[in-house]
Design a protein around this ligand. Structure first.
Ligand SMILES: Cc1cc2nc3c(=O)[nH]c(=O)nc-3n(C[C@H](O)[C@H](O)[C@H](O)COP(=O)(O)OP(=O)(O)OC[C@H]3O[C@@H](n4cnc5c(N)ncnc54)[C@H](O)[C@@H]3O)c2cc1C
Length: 491
């Protein structure tokens, strides 16, 4: 879908889904329980729920149903029984209570960018937060408060004009909520830490429908768990972050593009050079296939140190090899944050997956390159980012997020428009990854989860998993919030 069409589409969606469904059209609805059994949602129960719910309720009969159920990754073409668009915390609370009382399979959707489709479901309810998009900046306390439906752009556009930023992701239409709860990696993290490292507190409604505050002082166990444990414990209705300086909202940033035929040499340089990188530099490397047999290698650089020292600090990177182009310069960060938006457009079909890399083995690159140009060039985007810096300064057990000492993170994926190809390309993606995983850590950034099973989630959380289970037992013992990198309760 073109951007213009998307904007038009999003506009239509927001108008159409505001049109209230007529109460007369409500009837008993077939649905699926948490355990996957067929259940019936009774008309009287739905009407009672709707009578105090401020937002919109969309059923399969609503003419906007097919738009309302879309999520970023078109592969997840699911048909929920109900989609409820919340307007307030109180709406979220009512939706949680309704879901729990009906024992209904429950998806929570903020930005809708879950790559593995965790924010939609068949036969259940989607609790949608996209209408709750307020942010407020307190310059005196240097904090920003963000509602859960905000995108990164919503937050950046409020903070950057004041010369402040919250370190987050790299595509501006990603949801702040899901990104934060999974950890939040991005181009500022080596200097300012993960998004969760800048989180002061959240307001959260847990599975029992109780509104709670979680911070270092209030419900500290919950605060520990939500920093990396995803949406396992409840729905966050408000996030409060520390602001970090980004004077004039500008950074030195850009990309060196190379001919793909030099890929092997550039990978060698990248892993070698980035191993001892100073924490005020972020260096990414990656490849794009543009058309079959044609592509580019890129080195993406961002510098957050003293501007006068940038030339010297970036000399080795910028003098490396023979770039086809080099656009590293001082730029508005908000514009830079939108550079990758179109390449990651909504509603196409994607297979994307990642892993941490603890130590580099050149066989990873060999296997990566072997399959790279296959399947009509559809496996077309990949990048490696350097972790370390401020991320590694936080202890592994200080938050639920794991992998503080991983050196890099690799993500490889592809997209296609033709739905008929879903199975073929997804299988190709899985086979491709089989050859990479022996050279990666047995651990994933939970927001890059794709088709890994529950055992892998547990393995991935490593030493933090036991504590996460205890918190899950306390706040969501029936596993109402199971569409995520799931922490299985043990009671
Ligand atoms: C194009 C693209 C770019 C990305 N770039 C980055 C990046 O640079 N850095 C990075 O760290 N990640 C990145 N990601 C991964 C991203 O962090 C996850 O997909 C994240 O889950 C997106 O959040 P969302 O709110 O849009 O997702 P949603 O699909 O709405 O939700 C994802 C998960 O979070 C849960 N959830 C959402 N909101 C809440 C809430 N308020 N309370 C409780 N649970 C909630 C959902 O139930 C679901 O399990 C990217 C993903 C995409 C598709």
């Amino acid at each position: 879908m073109k951007r213009r069409d998307f904007i038009k589409h999003a506009g239509l969606l927001s108008v159409a889904s505001h049109i209230p469904i007529s109460r007369a059209s409500i009837h008993d609805i077939q649905a699926l329980s948490l355990e996957g059994n067929e259940i019936v949602l009774k008309k009287t129960d739905i009407l009672e729920f709707m009578s105090s719910f401020q937002g919109s309720v969309i059923t399969k009969e609503h003419y906007d149903y097919d738009m309302a159920r879309l999520v970023w990754n078109g592969v997840w073409d699911k048909r929920p029984a109900l989609i409820v668009f919340c307007e307030s915390s109180s709406d979220i609370q009512k939706a949680i209570n309704f879901s729990r009382e009906q024992n209904l399979i429950t998806a929570v959707r903020a930005g809708g960018h879950s790559i593995s489709g965790k924010s939609t479901c068949d036969g259940g309810i989607i609790i949608d937060l996209s209408r709750m998009r307020k942010t407020s900046v307190d310059l005196q306390r240097k904090i920003v408060t963000v509602e859960p439906g905000c995108t990164l752009y919503d937050m950046d556009s409020k903070t950057l004009p004041h010369g402040y930023v919250v370190p987050a992701g790299v595509v501006s239409h990603t949801g702040v909520a899901g990104l934060t709860l999974g950890g939040g990696i991005g181009s500022l993290m080596r200097m300012y830490g993960l998004t969760i490292d800048n989180l002061i507190s959240v307001d959260i409604i847990t599975a029992d429908g109780v509104m709670r505050k979680a911070s270092k002082d209030e419900n500290p166990d919950l605060f520990w768990g939500i920093r990396g444990g995803g949406g396992n414990f409840g729905i966050v209705t408000s996030f409060e972050y520390n602001l970090r300086p980004l004077p004039n909202g500008k950074v030195i940033v850009g990309v060196n593009l190379y001919d793909l035929k030099y890929a092997k040499e550039i990978w060698d340089f990248y892993y070698d050079y980035s191993e001892d990188l100073s924490s005020d530099i972020m260096l990414n490397a990656g490849m794009w296939n543009v058309t079959q047999g044609e592509g580019y290698f890129f080195l993406g650089t961002l510098f957050l140190g003293d501007e006068n020292k940038a030339d010297k600090a970036l000399k080795t990177i910028r003098n490396f090899g023979k770039p086809l182009s080099d656009d590293v310069s001082k730029k508005d960060f908000i514009e830079h944050q939108q550079v990758a938006d179109k390449r990651n457009a909504h509603y196409r079909n994607y297979y994307v997956k990642g892993r941490h890399i603890d130590e580099y083995d050149p066989k990873l690159t060999e296997n990566l390159m072997d399959g790279w140009m296959g399947v009509e060039g559809r496996f077309d985007t990949m990048r490696v980012v350097r972790f370390g810096g401020a991320i590694a300064e936080v202890a592994e057990n200080e938050t639920a997020w794991v992998g503080r000492n991983a050196k890099w993170d690799i993500e490889v994926g592809g997209h296609w428009s033709d739905r008929e190809k879903n199975e073929e390309y997804t299988q190709w993606g899985r086979d491709y990854w089989k050859n990479l995983t022996p050279y990666c850590a047995e651990r994933i950034y939970i927001n890059e989860l794709m088709d890994e099973d529950q055992d892998f989630v547990a393995t991935s959380y490593g030493q933090n998993y036991g504590r996460l289970v205890e918190i899950k037992n306390k706040y969501d013992p029936k596993n109402l919030f199971r569409l995520n990198g799931n922490i299985k309760p043990s009671i």
